[in-house]
Design a protein around this ligand. Structure first.
Ligand SMILES: [Zn+2]
Length: 500
């Protein structure tokens, strides 16, 4: 068990109350090492409730370099808050923006606790040096309705971390609106993982304190994926080891089947931002099976990794900004570029060792994973068109507005040379151990009359790869996989056209 260092602040349980009543300049003067997160004030016994979080965030409004805003409101009327932490701006040299968000899944509180610990340290002035290079945008609790019920989903039973492409939940709409407005270069989505069921049946459980997931979708710029793996991951791993926490790359699957680095689907908080050219991560802390058990270790281990990410970004701010800017610029020149329609996880012969505990027995040991589906390979590719023509019936798709996709409306009937996808057959194939729709199609070049109300979505924009993911009929993770868009496959002629 970790020997915590937060006892130094045991005298300050009243500081937040005090902070509420003093002027901002006084607050700055009072900040040195005195502010605690709610969970620290209660000795890591109870996870932070919605009301306690709101009180803490309200107190932070007094800190001169912190701004608290409301991103949106949940179906049950709770606020989704974001805290901006930024020193004075320098227009000529804008800072690297890092957006951190947690508790999309209501029953995974430790990420929120870690972010309140981060906020407390920021308010105490501990990050002043890093704030010369970076700005932080911190959303501690994306799903307050789910959190209050200690349930994964929101109050409409939606899994928010499957809603990032279609944007059919108010919580993810709010998050993506903030993302688009801020356009941060780095993001991290913070979760918790469980280790029971098939794992304990196979005689072990994962014991890594924190798993870090990187981008795996092949339509995310390769230089971003390479940078995460080669540069960021080793830095965070070392920072965790230095504090005696175990850390490894994010793995899902089960010991009796396969293990892989989670999904390539861009409907989660990692790939949906990555495909827009963001250095985007997911982090998963180890759950304890109960929201209040082992909170000190859970919250602190998540915090140490987040702190390491901020330190890495502050030290390499210019390098990361240049890298992301370059790749985002290329996103706006997507026409004619290759696009991976389908991909799957395969083994490249490597093995990976992760910390596990035997069940029964309780012996901590290391398990060498085999088979380990370590890499993602393309199984079908295409070349991106100049634009898509979307029929009027689909023109109000929430994903277009929610992702800020630029488009033009057709006003008068217009003749246009197009590529029309002809559906040859539809089947299912197993991807990520799930049965997934597989469309077989070919394209024919023809002339079509675009009708008033149809829309043209050009690929000379930052959302180009996200748009192609949704609109290509053979796309593994496209509109066609969603039951509400079954009608797209009703006719042999796919209704979304390509302009070559
Ligand atoms: Zn989760």
């Amino acid at each position: 068990m970790q020997n915590m260092k937060f006892a130094r602040v045991e005298v300050v349980t009243l500081v937040l109350c005090l902070l509420l009543s003093i002027a901002p300049t006084m607050a700055r003067a009072q900040l040195g090492g005195v502010i605690q997160a709610p969970i620290e004030r209660n000795g890591f016994r109870v996870s932070t409730s919605y009301d306690a979080l709101q009180a803490f965030l309200t107190a932070l409004e007094q800190v001169p370099f912190m701004t608290v805003s409301t991103l949106g409101t949940t179906p049950e009327g709770r606020s989704i808050k974001m805290v901006r932490v930024a020193a004075a701006a320098n227009e000529r040299e804008p800072k690297l923006r890092i957006m951190l968000f947690a508790q999309q899944h209501g029953d995974e509180p430790s990420g929120k606790e870690a972010l309140t610990m981060l906020l407390a340290r920021c308010a105490s002035g501990e990050y002043a040096r890093h704030l010369r290079a970076v700005e932080l945008y911190i959303v501690p609790q994306v799903n307050p309705d789910g959190a209050e019920k200690d349930q994964r989903r929101n109050s409409r039973r939606q899994d928010l971390n499957r809603s990032h492409l279609m944007l059919d939940a108010p919580e993810t709409i709010a998050l993506h609106q903030a993302f688009l407005a801020l356009w941060p270069e780095v993001t991290m989505d913070i979760h918790e993982y469980g280790s029971s069921g098939a794992w304990t049946r196979a005689g072990m459980m994962k014991t890594g304190d924190v798993q870090l997931g990187m981008l795996t979708n092949l339509n995310v710029p390769a230089p971003l994926r390479d940078y995460q793996r080669a540069k960021v991951f080793p830095f965070l791993a070392e920072a965790m080891r230095a504090k005696n926490y175990s850390f490894h790359e994010y793995l899902v699957g089960t010991p009796d089947m396969y293990l892989r680095h989670s999904t390539t689907e861009p409907n989660d908080g990692r790939q949906s931002l990555g495909i827009q050219g963001t250095l985007s991560f997911i982090q998963e802390g180890k759950n304890a099976g109960n929201k209040d058990s082992l909170l000190q270790r859970r919250a602190t281990s998540q915090f140490i990794s987040i702190d390491a990410l901020i330190r890495y970004c502050a030290q390499h701010a210019v390098e990361i900004k240049d890298l992301v800017q370059r790749e985002r610029e290329l996103r706006t020149q997507a026409a004619g570029q290759p696009f991976v329609l389908r991909m799957n996880h395969v083994s490249d012969g490597r093995t990976l060792e992760i910390p596990v505990r035997t069940v029964p027995g309780g012996i901590d040991t290391v398990w060498s994973i085999h088979p380990y589906l370590s890499v993602v390979h393309p199984t079908l590719t295409t070349t991106l068109p100049k634009a898509y023509v979307v029929p009027r019936a689909l023109a109000s798709l929430p994903l277009l507005e929610g992702h800020g996709v630029q488009h033009e409306v057709v006003h008068t009937p217009t003749e246009q040379t197009v590529q029309r996808s002809m559906i040859d057959s539809v089947a299912y194939e197993v991807v990520e151990e799930d049965s997934v729709l597989r469309v077989y199609a070919h394209t024919v070049e023809t002339t079509a009359t675009l009708q008033p109300g149809d829309i043209i979505v050009r690929l000379n924009q930052r959302q180009s790869y996200l748009v192609a993911t949704a609109f290509e009929p053979q796309s593994l993770w496209g509109l066609v996989k969603y039951p509400e868009h079954e009608s797209l496959l009703r006719s042999r002629e796919f209704p979304i056209l390509r302009i070559p």
